[in-house]
Write a protein that binds this ligand. Structure first.
Ligand code: 3PY
Ligand code: MG
Length: 250
């Protein structure tokens, strides 16, 4: 059972922390800090399947769901991430129901989809020790798609209707850029677009999520009904802590 998938299906709040340090040691520290999920970033952090694997192994003993974000929604990369043991995925830049269906298919073995089979040589199946893996793997897949472009905004309802999509997640940075406000996530046009998008996702019945930009932003999004909320990053926490410590002594 994937507790993140179950919680999103039941509309329960899931609080997460972004992992961009690409490091198993810091990932393990974060894994024990009480978050529901950690996002391991293959899009904007220096991660490879090898570094992601080391982080997965580091957090495995902790009650936290690891989510991986590939650099792009490519079935070949998705296959690798699933094989090393991720079962929750966040896919950037999703813009249509057709693309969403392709992504769902990439996470399912035939006849449900197109995922390639490596049952006895992958970590996800316990190196072949789980005889039910091929039959049951799809039940634990949690597929979260990012809405972060104008085209994506236009397609929210059709993407949400796609069977196998568990949640829609707003990427404020890319969305701001797409709306003509690069670096300007606070611009009123961007904020209105985000609020409208979250409200539309909510209406579809699928879980909505967002990368919050501050504690206040996170609280406001939670109050507005978002259930999958990233409230910070490992880099942000380190920057704040290390600078604050230095500034606290003369
Ligand atoms: C963005 O802000 O564009 C992101 O993808 C982070 O969630
Ligand atoms: Mg983005």
């Amino acid at each position: 059972m994937n507790p993140l998938k179950v919680a999103l299906g039941e509309g329960r709040m899931q609080i997460g922390l972004w992992q961009a340090l690409a490091n198993p040691y810091t990932a393990e520290i974060c894994a024990g800090a009480g978050y529901d999920w950690l996002l391991f970033d293959g899009e904007h952090a220096p991660n490879t399947p090898q570094t992601l694997l080391a982080q997965l192994q580091a957090v495995a003993p902790y009650p936290v769901e690891p989510i991986a974000r590939p650099p792009v929604g490519d079935p070949a990369i998705i296959k690798q991430y699933l094989d090393i043991g991720f079962r929750s995925l966040l896919i950037p830049m999703v813009e249509s129901a057709e693309q969403a269906r392709m992504l769902v298919s990439a996470t399912r073995f035939p006849p449900r989809g197109i995922r390639g089979v490596a049952s006895a040589t992958n970590r996800a199946s316990g190196f072949g020790s789980n005889p039910r893996y091929l039959a049951d793997a799809h039940e634990d897949i949690c597929l979260i798609v990012q809405i972060e472009s104008r085209v994506g905004l236009d397609a929210i309802e059709e993407i949400a209707e796609t069977e196998g999509v568990d949640a829609l997640f707003i990427g404020p940075g890319d969305l701001a850029a797409a709306l003509g406000h690069l670096g300007g996530v606070d611009h009123p046009d961007v904020q209105t677009a985000i609020s409208d998008a979250l409200a539309r996702i909510e209406k579809t019945g699928k879980a909505s999520g967002i990368f919050a930009l501050s504690v206040d932003d996170a609280k406001a999004r939670i109050a507005a009904g978002a259930s999958l909320v990233s409230i910070g990053t490992d880099i942000g926490v380190l920057m704040k802590g290390v600078r604050g410590l230095r500034a606290s002594i003369i």
